[in-house]
Unconditional design. Structure first.
Length: 365
């Protein structure tokens, strides 16, 4: 294999895939990236057996071929090379030589045949939506995913097709986040798949440009084509909880508040909440919310926020971190909190027909 390219033509795809490449791996080849050169393009693949990323760019290919080289070392080398310098990468026996100006590097290799790649995912349907919409789905829900929960199906994000809607849902058993986006055309079948946490975080990192995403959903994998980057992830094999049961349908008590004012009051009160349980007591009266917190050192904080509310007095406890996460995800200036009584979950959403909803379970204080 031999190719010539500018520093940036290699560095851009390399930075796109390096997130899944670990230095210390059970299989040495997983610390490497696969370089493939043909048809005047270079593609770079990284994988951790759960998530695979392939990014490509233009290059002058003198001799087609495939080889794997240590990923992090390759990245460090290309970062250190001056900008806009032309680089030649060539195999030399069981080594790869990199020449840039007066610099020369020789890296060890492993055979490309040892590198595990996902060929076909047997897609049952392919969906198209804008990068911005897909990024928004993830941004508005990912924080509610569980981390290392024994209920493994909660350590990921549910993607659900429903007619012309793509829905993302995440829950850790204490809170739930749901967001919807419109697809360019109706989905072939209504389908539910669970994307693992690592795949969700990688998608969040590479999404964000202009253009669209082609999302192919198979029975055991999902694949997204995002510009010059191809993302493939295994799916979590499990049944996601029936989230519809958790979302309060029509809470009888509706509180409308200034989102930023409420968020700042919660942040101030949280300073003296119990560091482990993060509980705050919320007292609701007509047109007024009182927020209280105390900790084992007998220290107390209290704050009040004027709100639009007409109804009975209610007192209820919540984890303040979960409330703050939900408020941060709501885009509007105003926010609506829906409650039924002192033991019910709280529904947090923007006023009107909101495309995202957040549910926070109450806690005993």
């Amino acid at each position: 294999m031999k190719l010539t390219a500018t520093r940036e033509q290699i560095l851009a795809p390399l930075q796109s895939v390096i997130g899944v490449v670990e230095r210390r791996q059970t299989m040495p080849v997983l610390s490497n990236v696969l370089l493939a050169a043909r048809n005047n393009r270079v593609s770079i693949t990284g994988t951790d057996l759960e998530v695979e990323l392939v990014a490509s760019n233009e290059a002058q290919v003198q001799q087609p071929g495939d080889v794997t080289v240590p990923g992090r070392k390759l990245l460090d080398i290309f970062r250190a090379i001056p900008e806009k310098v032309t680089v030649t990468v060539a195999t030399d026996g069981e080594r790869v030589s990199i020449r840039a100006g007066k610099s020369r590097f020789t890296l060890s290799t492993l055979p490309a045949s040892e590198f595990p790649v996902v060929d076909e995912i047997n897609a049952q349907q392919t969906l198209t939506l804008s990068q911005g919409d897909f990024r928004r789905l993830i941004d508005k829900t990912h924080f509610s995913m569980a981390q290392q929960d024994v209920r493994y199906y909660l350590n990921g994000l549910l993607l659900e097709t429903d007619g012309k809607t793509l829905r993302a849902v995440a829950t850790d058993g204490h809170r739930l986040a749901l967001c919807e986006a419109e697809l360019e055309s109706k989905a072939k079948t209504n389908q539910q798949v669970i994307l693992p946490r690592k795949g969700v975080l990688e998608l969040q990192r590479i999404l964000g440009g202009e253009g669209t995403v082609d999302l192919a959903i198979g029975s055991s994998h999902v694949r997204a084509q995002i510009g010059d980057i191809r993302f493939t992830s295994k799916l979590i094999d499990g049944r996601f909880p029936e989230y519809g049961r958790v979302i309060p349908a029509n809470p009888s008590k509706q509180v409308e508040a200034d989102r930023e004012g409420l968020r700042q009051a919660l942040q101030r009160t949280a300073i003296l909440s119990n560091e482990k349980y993060r509980g705050v007591r919320i007292n609701l009266k007509p047109d007024l919310v009182t927020i209280q917190a105390h900790n084992p050192e007998q220290e107390e904080a209290e704050d009040q926020v004027e709100v639009a509310y007409q109804g009975d007095e209610v007192e209820i406890g919540f984890n303040v971190t979960y409330l703050l996460d939900a408020l941060a995800a709501v885009d509007s200036e105003k926010v609506v909190l829906g409650l039924t009584d002192g033991n019910s979950s709280c529904l947090v959403r923007a006023p009107g027909a909101a495309t995202s909803k957040y549910v926070v379970m109450p806690m005993r204080l």
